[in-house]
Design a protein around this ligand. Structure first.
Ligand code: SDX
Length: 427
């Protein structure tokens, strides 16, 4: 027997069907609400509003569960590799060996970028933030790949998908190369996807690139942990822009801009900057905890809190464990790791944080590993974008295949009612 929700406005009752998901989540389908009652819902930040039905990622914020297409994040982080997870998110199942090989071959075919793109990159000042550069370069891909814009056939979507999976790591690496005055380079078809990303970022002119498996394994795991997270701010942006049929590249470019914000993906950079500030200030974590709780102080404990997780972010648990392993393997001592652990311990025992269910999120420890891998802090959110790319692609593809309507929320108007125009000499 399907469930029904009843709403009463001004004594009149309205009934709405209730959608039940495969994990028993309930959603009230209010498609007919305005037509029947004239009223709309109001939910700033969409804290209680579902934008779509999706089969890609499930998370349970109360229980700290995260699954990609039904597979637990803990399993994927330990047993899969990033390209395999990208295929899983985008196409729905783990690939066979042959499927994975063909997928990567198709991506390699697309992993060069039009030489003219270098002129756009040259136009940026060195001080430009890599996220702004990357968003612009991704949007510029449209100009060199016009056939990838308003695609609707699965084959055309596939062509657009392998193009951006091939070109995006090149553009991301080039934003770093440009900032550090290193020549713009390419990958090597004999290397893997993540190996190539690292090679393009860090190979030194005149030196043979050597694969450091510990580094590649750490990077691969971090990219998997960032790969998707249902309808977060940047993914919702990708779906919104994609719903106007602006195309995959323009939608991803918009998602990069949304991710850049310090309340979202930009938090991984803000966390390290915060930890460095605490270290320089003498390491007094209690002083910064007090600032975080002071409503008159704009300071927030970056890397803490989450819109959905009201328990440990399962990704943070895995990254925290990995941080100890990676720093140990690389023989890196980083004092901010101890400061981070001290902050976490204090926050988990502090009533303000306990009452608000504020736990470390994916961004709290990730920067410590990025730094140990030699990635500059201004590139941390680019690393987040590289991980999230398959998730954005999967969500865009699902929205297009489901033929979802253009996103266009309503509002409640609270401005002036009608008033007559006054000539300037009468005002
Ligand atoms: C990501 O959505 C996703 O899935 C995102 C993400 C993904 O994979 O895509 O998981 C990635 O963006 C992780 C979040 C990274 N951002 C940060 O670490 C920035 C610091 N955290 C916050 O600013 C905040 O916690 C948010 C933005 C993450 C969530 O904000 P909400 O859900 O709007 O919660 P809120 O701001 O209403 O906070 C509720 C209360 C408030 O206090 P009261 O008004 O109830 O007294 O908790 C307080 C807030 O002041 N609070 C914090 C805090 N986060 C929330 N207080 C101090 N420090 C913090 N970090």
């Amino acid at each position: 027997m399907s469930k029904v929700a009843t709403l009463e406005i001004d004594g009149k009752r309205y009934e709405f069907p209730v959608v039940e998901g495969t994990e028993n989540e309930l959603g009230i389908n209010i498609k007919s609400l305005r037509g029947e009652s004239g009223a709309i819902t109001l939910d700033p930040g969409f804290k209680n509003t579902g934008s779509c039905e999706s089969g890609i990622t499930f998370l349970d914020g109360e229980k700290g569960i995260l699954r990609y297409r039904g597979y637990a994040i803990e399993d994927l982080a330990e047993k899969a590799d990033f390209l395999e997870v990208a295929y899983l998110l985008i196409f729905g199942d783990l690939p066979s060996k042959e499927q994975l090989e063909k997928f990567y071959d198709d991506i390699k075919e697309q992993s060069t970028v039009d030489e003219e793109m270098k002129k756009i990159l040259d136009g940026f000042p060195k001080a430009a933030h890599p996220m702004g550069v990357l968003s612009s370069l991704t949007s510029a891909l449209v100009a060199f790949n016009p056939s990838c814009v308003d695609v609707s056939s699965e084959q055309d979507m596939y062509n657009a998908i392998v193009k951006i999976l091939g070109k995006f790591p090149v553009l991301a690496a080039w934003t770093l190369r440009k900032k550090h005055s290193l020549p713009l380079n390419y990958g090597d078809d004999s290397l893997g996807y993540v190996e190539n990303l690292h090679k393009m970022m860090f190979e030194k002119p005149g030196k043979k690139y050597e694969v450091n498996q510990s580094v590649i394994d750490a990077l691969d795991k971090l990219l998997i942990l960032h790969a998707d997270h249902e309808q977060n701010c940047s993914t919702s942006t990708v779906r919104m822009v994609g719903s106007s049929h602006a195309g995959l590249f323009a939608s991803i470019s918009a998602g990069i801009s949304a991710l850049w914000g310090p309340l979202h993906g930009g938090a991984n950079q803000a966390v390290i900057e915060m930890l460095e500030k605490i270290k320089e200030d003498g390491g007094d974590t209690k002083k910064f905890m007090a600032k975080a709780k002071d409503k008159d102080d704009p300071f927030r404990l970056m890397g803490f809190g989450h819109r959905v997780y009201k328990n440990f972010d399962p990704r943070a648990k895995i990254i925290k464990k990995s941080a100890d392993e990676v720093l140990g393997q690389l023989g890196v001592e980083d004092p901010v790791l101890d400061i981070a652990k001290g902050l976490e311990k204090e926050a988990l025992e502090d009533q303000y944080f306990v009452d608000r269910k504020l736990y470390p999120n994916v961004d709290f420890y990730s920067g410590i590993i990025y730094r140990a891998l030699g990635i500059p802090v201004e590139m941390f959110t680019v690393m987040f974008a590289l991980g999230r790319l398959p998730g954005w692609i999967a969500q865009w593809r699902e929205m297009r295949l489901n033929k979802e309507p253009i996103g266009r929320p309503r509002q409640i108007y609270t401005g002036h009612t009608h008033r007559e125009f006054q000539a300037v000499d009468k005002r």
